[in-house]
Ligand binder design. Structure first.
Ligand code: NAP
Length: 394
């Protein structure tokens, strides 16, 4: 049954891949959702103003204060009178703007402040920005009340749905034998380590099944994204790393599976389209009708599942290592990776240099507790500085 109330939504990162797809879901369900505030970095002010003109939020935030004059001008041109919030503080203000749900679609570690602010303000948090959970694990988990943190990642949305099958009384970790997280394998699936030496940013950005922002697309090519997702699954579902398996499924239709103690495996399947997990997170726990196309069962399909090649793609094993170490280790893995992805995209680091450098930074890091934002950000800053030194991009 569909709810008869309208849910107000704050959308952080509205101009990105997740943001624009979220607005597509909202536009197609006007009685169900209303946009309370929009926030973006400031790189695409015209798009942000057009979104404000269409969705009429109360407030619009940009992280880059120098983008404010252009934003004001563009909003005025569209006849939009929303309050303009400027700078990182403005984005943080948007995160706590009165609303039912905050969807965090910001990229990278800088999404942490908004995640913490939204949880502290008691909002339901639809979390696409997995980095904030991964780097701020204990902090985020301490703040999140049951049912407050809803994953947007397709794999975790799938796992959450599969866990509903634990039994009539709902999700029960003791009924779970393992979580099986699927990976498309990215554009370089099947290549050996040697065959990855010369790949270019253009090749890495050509993902075979998903259209996403540049950082997550490169992370999908290195499989760092899958490593981050393994840590995310561990944190969200309290399942040990030894019970989380990654399998390569190039068709990206089975988004993940749960194996139960009796040997039964439940999978969630749908064509690759982020609007489905976005709609599920926005409407949680009710489904949104026609959120995305379903599998065409009148056609033949072949779905394949292969083990991960840990030699060519050591990023997942490294993520298990940092996830098990806990504390500041995941923040260091993520921060070093963000620096290396940037260096790779700007032609200053070869593809294999990304995970090799992350591994070196991780090995040099002395893990401490991550019980405060300052501890997390110190580790993040240290890892960025060290990665820049190692890649010669300081
Ligand atoms: N794309 C997917 O299909 C997908 C799937 C699963 C999970 N995710 C996760 O979702 C998150 C977003 O990914 P994406 O692919 O949508 O990235 P993206 O296309 O690069 O979009 C990033 C968004 O964040 C905004 N932004 C940048 N800095 C900001 C700041 N300081 N404050 C507020 N907003 C800021 C950008 O604004 P500007 O346009 O102004 O730069 C843009 O709207 C990532 O954590 C990713 O791992 C994405």
């Amino acid at each position: 049954m569909q709810p008869d109330t309208t849910r107000s939504v704050v959308l952080l990162g509205s101009t990105g891949s997740i943001g624009t797809q979220s607005l597509d879901v909202i536009a197609r369900n006007p009685g169900r959702f209303r946009v309370a505030a929009l926030a973006a970095g400031g790189g695409r002010v015209d798009l942000l103003a057009r979104q404000a003109a269409e969705f009429r939020p109360d407030a619009v935030a940009v992280a880059d204060p120098s983008a404010v004059p252009a934003l004001r001008e563009a909003l005025a041109a569209h006849g939009v009178s929303a309050e303009v919030l400027a700078g990182p503080e403005g984005v943080a203000e948007a995160a706590v703007w009165p609303a039912d749900t905050v969807l965090n679609g910001i990229t990278g570690a800088l999404g942490l402040t908004s995640t913490l602010a939204a949880l502290e303000a008691g909002r339901v948090l639809a979390l696409a920005n997995k980095e904030s959970l991964i780097i701020g694990g204990p902090l985020v988990k301490r703040l999140a009340k049951p049912g407050q943190l809803i994953p947007v990642d397709s794999e975790h949305a799938a796992l959450a749905q599969c866990l509903w099958a634990a039994g009539p009384s709902g999700p029960d970790a003791s009924a779970v034998r393992s979580l099986v997280v699927t990976a498309s394998g990215g554009p370089f699936r099947g290549r050996s380590r040697a065959e990855l030496a010369d790949v270019t940013p253009e090749q890495a950005l050509a993902h075979p099944t998903w259209s996403m922002g540049p950082v997550i697309t490169v992370n999908s090519a290195t499989l760092v994204n899958k490593g981050l997702e393994v840590i995310e699954a561990h944190l969200l579902f309290d399942i040990g790393f030894d019970r989380i398996t990654v399998v390569v499924h190039p068709q990206s239709v089975v988004h993940s599976m749960v194996e139960f103690v009796d040997g039964s495996v439940i999978a969630q399947a749908s064509p690759p389209d982020m609007r489905l997990p976005i709609a599920l997170a926005l409407g949680w726990p009710e489904r949104v009708a026609d959120a995305a196309p379903t599998v065409d069962w009148t056609r033949a399909h072949t779905w394949t599942f292969d083990p991960l090649d840990d030699e060519a793609f050591p990023s997942v094993a490294l993520a298990r290592h940092v996830g098990s170490a806990g504390g500041t280790a995941p923040a260091v893995y993520n921060a070093a990776n963000e620096v290396c992805v940037d260096a790779f995209l700007t032609g200053r680091l070869p593809f294999l240099g990304i995970v090799d450098t992350v591994a070196t930074v991780v090995s040099e890091h002395i893990v401490t507790k991550a019980d405060s934002v300052a501890e997390v950000l110190d580790a993040d800053e240290w890892a960025r500085a060290r990665a820049r030194e190692l890649t010669g991009t300081a």
